[in-house]
Design a protein around this ligand. Structure first.
Ligand SMILES: [Zn+2]
Length: 256
């Protein structure tokens, strides 16, 4: 699965490509900030949507966990009732620190989750509960799928829609967007690049992630393969939701 943020062609990227079309365009939600990869998690106008995503993820995941546990014999053997309760508690406390009354954006961990990375601290907690790397990775992967699905429905789709509508009012056509200008017509736009650092390091464009995280990604990819294998071999009903989230996530294209 390709991380969501690498596929978001933000307005800042569009300005770099075609400044002649986009000029001084700002985020279409707050209308004041530049819309780069990080802005989406900080935009004050998206605050309520982020809270909804966090709440929905926890709520949906509670059900996913229940289904997962009921259907996987290996997990039933490995986990006792107390472990299972702890697992649900782990989920319910996932975003706990940010959903208080005085929450500040961004919601914890979303900068990682959007890039398909799972927070290490949360993973450690998980592994302590389930005592198995394979199960912990599977549960972490399922979590990413649920979160991604919620983000897609609550922010990503409306965001694409609002930008498409704005482009329409500006007469910016799809074909025109993709056209490369000859060098004498091209207007260079210098973005103000930002870094987002919290335990992990990103390059200036916030895309390339350094070594230990890359390894982390590979680990998640392996568990994803494991999940796919499960889907192929047993084709159980509960997996349908996962497949759907997975397929939607890999099918993202430029907006419009
Ligand atoms: Zn904004």
């Amino acid at each position: 699965m390709i991380p969501m943020l690498t596929l978001l062609p933000t307005l800042e990227i569009m300005k770099e490509r075609r400044y002649d079309l986009y000029r001084d365009a700002k985020c279409r939600f707050c209308l004041t900030e530049n819309e780069d990869e990080d802005h989406i998690i900080y935009c004050q106008q998206l605050k309520d949507k982020w809270i909804t995503i966090a709440n929905n993820t926890v709520h949906q995941y509670d059900q996913v966990l229940t289904n997962f546990i009921t259907q996987e014999k290996q997990i039933q053997i490995q986990l006792n009732q107390k472990d299972i309760q702890q697992l649900h508690l782990w989920n319910r406390n996932f975003f706990k620190h940010t959903i208080g009354i005085n929450y500040e954006l961004p919601i914890s961990f979303v900068h990682l989750l959007l890039r398909n990375f799972f927070p290490k601290g949360k993973y450690k907690e998980l592994k302590n509960i389930v005592k198995s790397k394979k199960i912990a990775l599977t549960i972490a992967t399922l979590y990413l799928e649920v979160f991604t699905n919620e983000f897609h429905n609550i922010i990503w789709q409306p965001c694409c829609k609002i930008i498409a509508e704005w482009e329409q009012t500006k007469g910016i056509k799809k074909q025109e967007k993709k056209r490369r200008l000859s060098s004498h017509k091209y207007i260079k736009y210098n973005r103000t690049l930002t870094t987002q650092i919290e335990e992990d390091t990103y390059d200036l464009k916030g895309r390339k992630i350094l070594k230990h995280n890359e390894q982390w990604s590979i680990a998640l990819e392996k568990s994803r393969q494991y999940i796919n294998k499960q889907i192929r071999e047993r084709n159980k009903v509960a997996w349908k939701r996962v497949v759907k989230a997975y397929t939607e996530a890999i099918c993202y294209n430029d907006p419009i």
